[in-house]
Design a protein. Structure first.
Lengths: 107, 125
């Protein structure tokens, strides 16, 4: 299985901050990388696919980059509704594994 | 607007079979894979597997011996069965649509763009 490792596991930030979350794959996955946002008690929501393509309806403050083994999710200016847990997922091979998650909390 | 609604038993005893069904409303059932993902309480997401309208499946090897997925295109529904459950199978189970977008290099980007509401399944004696 391809292991996906996110860092940090959690972070504290303020509204308006620029936030960066990193995801590393245990082998090259080209750009087969998705990002999801999950709020407590809710299903995950797709933010980005193909490493950098913004899903329809997702605010442009979210962006993704990377290829191969190293990827980042950036929130350019953190908004109150962005406090949540973020997961990366590789779709290069089955099983389509997820990272362990990064919880973004209010400072 | 695509909606996925799921249902199934929420409390099971060890060794019983988990059974969940997901219905798709407002969109085509064909041309997609349909997946299951679970999340133990307070933990991360685990991919269980996926099935397409013709019944072709991909399963997580860690669960493959106990997982059965099926599909009923006439009802726009797909189902998950997990046999011989234990406490370790306690989780919120989600169904999801797996969409594919063709890239410029003739391969497909795969991603889950619509999700069900989730069903908490608790395994306890």
């Amino acid at each position: 299985d391809i292991q996906m490792t996110q860092s940090p596991s959690s972070l504290s930030a303020s509204v308006g901050d620029r936030v960066t979350i990193t995801c590393r794959a245990s082998q090259s996955i080209s750009s087969f990388l998705n990002w999801y946002q999950q709020k407590p008690g809710k299903a995950p929501k797709l933010l980005i696919y193909a490493a950098s393509t913004l899903q329809s309806g997702v605010p442009s403050r979210f962006s993704g980059s990377g290829s191969g083994t190293d990827f980042t999710l950036t929130i350019s200016s953190l908004q109150p509704e962005d406090f949540a847990t973020y997961y990366c997922q590789q779709s290069y091979k089955t099983p389509r594994t997820f990272g362990q998650g990064t919880k973004v909390e209010i400072k | 607007q695509v909606q996925l609604r799921q249902w199934g038993a929420g409390l099971l005893k060890p060794s019983e079979t988990l059974s969940l069904t997901c219905a798709v409303y407002g969109g085509s059932f064909y041309g997609y894979y349909w997946g299951w993902i679970r999340q133990p309480p307070g933990k991360g997401l685990e991919w269980i597997g996926e099935i397409n309208h013709s019944g072709s499946t991909n399963y997580n090897p860690s669960l493959k011996s106990r997982v059965i997925m099926s599909v009923d295109p006439s009802k726009n529904q797909f189902s998950l069965k997990l046999t011989s459950v234990t406490a370790a199978d306690t989780a919120v189970y989600y169904c999801a649509r797996v969409s594919a977008t063709l890239s410029s290099s003739d391969f497909y980007w795969l991603y889950s763009d619509y999700w069900g509401q989730g069903t908490l399944v608790t395994v306890s004696s």
